[in-house]
Design a protein around this ligand. Sequence first.
Ligand code: ADP
Length: 450
Amino acid sequence: MRLRSKIHLYSSVLFAILLIVMNLATYYMFNKLSVNNQIDRVEAQTLQIANGMRQAAGKIPTQDLLRGYVPVDGMIRMIGPDGTSLAPVTSGSQQDLSKRKAIYDTSARVQVDQRYVMVSIPVIWSDGEVMNVQVTESMQGTMDTLQVLRVVLIVVTCIALIPVLFSIRLLGRVIMNPISAMTLTMKEIRRSGRFNRLVLEGQSKDELMEMGMTFNDMIELLENNYKSQEQFVSNASHELKTPLTIIESYANLLKRRGLDRPELFNESIEAIHSEAIRMKEMTEQLLLLAKHKEQWNISMETLNLSELAMGSAKAFRNAYGREIHVDGQQEVFGYSDENKLKQLLFIFLDNAQKYSEDRILVEVGSLEGEGYIRIVDRGIGIASDKLPLVFDRFYRVDEARNRQGGGVGLGLSLAIEIAEAIGVRIELHSAEGVGTTAEIWIQREVSKIS
Ligand code: ADP
């Protein structure tokens, strides 16, 4: 069953039950009150008649007395101890009552049935005998009133249900419209592949509006993710296309003229080899960027930053044959992941060796509770307007210049991701033609600070 129908059904049934129970209670109370009222009234009336008759006994003939006291809608009679009734006197409409069996009671008695109230009171008569004065009155009036009440309550219940049903319908619409709109938008997104937003009308700040806004935020996030994913894939394929084209053209060259011109062999193999290395590096970086940080297996520990910087510098010195000088305090500690911090250092050292010719300086120290490693080069530097862009994926300041250097523009964006994952801060300062300084700021573990 649809949610809208469920809201209608459950709310309507609940309201109907509530109304019926309320009206039944009202009817029951009123019924009881009316019947009790009539019994009280007939009792009081019978007592009054009995007193009057006792006083007038012997002076006025009993039959006349009975005729004088006969109720408007009922019967009055006197019953002797032997059960004989003096000719009962009935009102015009209740002549059938005289056929009722006369029963003598030794004490006062009240009898109520569906249609009549009967009250019997013993009275000492003029001849010393104890007689019963018995008054019977029809309940027709009370029953008629109750009948009217029944009709009124039924009509009122039905009338009251109409606005209730309307308001439930309205409530269902208020709740369901945003949900239906959301479902429709989702279907539309699935069908068209476009990231549509919900149209949110009104100023209300209720939960449904909040749900709509959250939905739109989510769609925006998805769209942004999708766009950057798309951008990433197209950038990656574009970047891979160039080395592949170079490899293909050199392979073609070798195929066509490799045997006739052996001098082409070395050049081709060199180019194919370097492009293959570039592609391998790029694929590795791409894979790391594509991985979720949870899969990076970060293990945080206290590290000797001086040792780490010296180790990395040595490895670099050996690999590239560049002069790298490490400067700074001996005992600087930082709390981070060793492998990832090394990787970060390599990214900056790699950039320093790619974009400078001079000696590279690595400084290790601490300032205001933080350890730092600084990589300083005196190379080509980065123009200040380009500096904020170098952290973007695939961004290279000068594409033509970098092509020979080998960079693909992924190093610094990877550095940002790594820094975030291992809880360090990175800063890049640069001046075009002067050089670049990359800083890694690492929290020191409190227990190790002496
Ligand atoms: P790449 O692999 O191209 O070096 P990065 O993301 O590491 O990619 O760097 C982006 C761009 O920033 C580089 O292409 C380069 O133009 C510039 N850059 C980074 N580091 C330096 C540096 N030390 N000196 C000069 N330019 C730099």
